[in-house]
Design a protein around this ligand. Structure first.
Ligand code: 16G
Length: 240
């Protein structure tokens, strides 16, 4: 309940109460919460105060707004451990979700200098450049732009990469995947990507660049993955 004598601002108290109702599933996922007007009557405060609390919850991804319709409870973010070197397919299956891909591009190119250098390629050596939308249960989670040296897998084609790239490398090409180096940064979604990810043009995303190596140290992919920041949370265990 609200404590109007508390030193904690009213809008923060309302935010806490709403959060609790979401965690206790009083408001279910994708269900609308009561309107600002209803909540302001319920709490006996102004609509401005209620709006301030709701805005914070929208910004932190717990709620989302639909223009002209209302405010809804968002799906909880997927927690992705930053530990094992796993594939998108494995990650989604481990959660009981069905992975799928839509290939937007598959072509042979000479990569930009920085990518060639990360993949230890000589000048003019080609890569397959693959752009895939990665879905879980048919909902877009990420866009991946993958560069794979042609000389490693000359027989790769669009059909083969419809499924899992890692499964292909291990089960079909009988190679061992070793390790990877990852970098993560935050950004506002790129112009073309918001449509594919079905998010607003100003939505935040997490960008991960991964360079992965076969067990003999040869780099086999450089991937830039753009994840919806409202769907993902990356978790790592750290030791002292
Ligand atoms: C993950 C990897 C990506 C890899 C893909 C293979 C990150 C940040 N990226 O999405 O580098 O290419 O898995 O998935 O985790 P696949 O085997 O399902 O094609």
């Amino acid at each position: 309940m609200l404590d109007k004598n508390s030193h904690i601002p009213i809008y923060i108290q309302i935010e806490e109460i709403l959060k609790q109702r979401i965690y206790l599933e009083e408001y279910g996922i994708d269900e609308s919460i009561p309107s600002e007007r209803e909540l302001s009557i319920q709490f006996g405060v102004s609509r401005m105060t209620v709006r301030q609390a709701i805005n914070t919850l929208v910004n932190s991804g717990l709620l989302y707004r639909e223009k002209g319709r209302g405010t809804y409870v968002a799906n909880p973010k997927l927690e992705q451990p930053l530990m094992g070197l796993t594939s998108f397919t494995e990650d989604m299956r481990a959660r009981g979700m069905e992975p799928s891909s839509k290939i937007l591009r598959f072509e042979k190119i000479v990569p930009p200098f920085d990518i060639a250098s990360d993949l230890l390629l000589e000048k003019d050596e080609e890569v397959f450049f693959v752009v895939r939308i990665r879905n879980a249960n048919d909902k877009p989670m990420a866009i991946e732009r993958t560069y794979i040296p042609v000389k490693l897998y000359p027989e790769l084609d669009e059909k083969k990469i419809m499924g899992s790239l890692y499964a292909l490398i291990e089960a079909k090409f009988h190679q061992k995947i070793g390790n990877a180096i990852q970098q993560m940064e935050a950004a506002i979604v790129a112009k073309d990507d918001c449509r594919y990810l079905q998010i607003s043009p100003t939505a935040p995303v997490l960008i991960i660049k991964r360079i992965s190596y076969l067990s003999d140290g040869i780099p086999f992919e450089l991937v830039r993955s753009t994840y919806r920041a409202d769907r993902y949370k990356f978790i790592s265990e750290i030791k002292r």
